[in-house]
Design a protein around this ligand. Structure first.
Ligand SMILES: NC(=O)c1ccc[n+]([C@@H]2O[C@H](COP(=O)([O-])OP(=O)(O)OC[C@H]3O[C@@H](n4cnc5c(N)ncnc54)[C@H](O)[C@@H]3O)[C@@H](O)[C@H]2O)c1
Length: 262
């Protein structure tokens, strides 16, 4: 994909997994102005190194950010604007899973912890990013329309269907889709699109190493009978962020090998 040459991309959770894949896909698509945020700063250095291997001319600003902290989130946005003047694409991926228990056995603190990152944290990112995007000059697109910005939120197939003993995660990912639709409506007239991607199962650092080994039998039951690739999710994210998706807002795109069809 190309077309990101003149834009500024911000990605949260960019030290690992899907978000790192999104950063690299933006760079492969020509983006040379990137803000990469994560709660673990050391991971961001590795992301920046991988970027420079694709395009040494690309500039990556790494901003250690805990998305649950409103001040840090605002600092992330302010840093992006100070360095690059605007934010054209904002991808919100920072996320965690929680312990396994049914709701009545789940600690309330665990609900707060998981939804605090995945939903409240993502909401804080949208709040700061949309506040910036709505003040920016619209950018002219090659099809004659114009846009102030595009947001892509990371939900999950578990934003569309339930799953056992993970209610805080399922709640958070359904909530991300609600927020996506609400903000798509509220910001369409400002020239800002807001969409979400719903990945199926992709091997990342989201689960502890051993957890993936136990998934074989479950994966066999899914239509495509395999894990997704980081690149497959990143391609969908970057499509929704791109000018090619200029009439798409408020949508939820499963990238799940058919997980939600059965
Ligand atoms: N891997 C999958 O199968 C899968 C499927 C569906 C959805 N997702 C979603 O994709 C997103 C990315 O997950 P991943 O699979 O790449 O996992 P990952 O663990 O590899 O990456 C998540 C990143 O988010 C960062 N992070 C965690 N808490 C943070 C915080 N408070 N502030 C800032 N950064 C924080 C982590 O440090 C990590 O670098 C998550 O929202 C996850 O729920 C993943």
């Amino acid at each position: 994909m190309s077309g990101f040459e003149n834009g500024v991309a911000l990605v949260t959770g960019a030290g690992s997994g899907l978000a790192r894949g999104v950063v690299l896909e933006f760079v492969r698509g020509g983006c040379v102005k990137i803000v990469a945020a994560d709660i673990i700063p050391e991971r961001l250095a590795e992301t920046a190194k991988l970027v420079s291997e694709i395009n040494p001319a690309a500039r990556v600003i790494t901003v250690p950010t805990d998305v649950t902290n409103a001040t840090q989130v605002q600092n992330m946005v302010d840093t992006a604007v100070k360095e690059f003047g605007r934010i054209d694409y904002s991808v919100h991926c920072a996320g965690i899973t929680g312990g396994a228990a049914r709701t009545d056995e789940m600690a309330t603190e665990e609900f707060d912890r998981v939804t605090g990152v995945n939903l409240r944290g993502l909401w804080l990112c949208e709040k700061a990013v949309l506040g910036q995007m709505k003040t920016q000059e619209p950018r002219k697109l090659s099809n004659g329309t114009s846009a102030r910005g595009a947001v892509v939120n990371m939900s999950s197939v578990l934003g569309l269907v339930g799953y056992r003993v993970q209610s805080p995660y399922v709640v958070s990912k359904h909530g991300v889709l609600g927020l996506t639709k609400a903000d798509a409506v509220d910001y369409a007239a400002d020239g800002i699109r807001v969409n979400a991607v719903c990945p199926g199962i992709v091997r990342t650092n989201l689960l502890p190493e051993g957890a993936w080994e136990h998934m074989g039998a479950f994966i066999e039951t899914l239509p495509m009978q395999r894990l997704g690739l980081i690149e497959e999710v990143a391609a969908a994210v970057c499509f929704l962020a791109s000018d090619k998706a200029s009439f798409i807002t408020g949508t939820m795109l499963p990238v799940d090998g058919g997980y939600c069809c059965v």
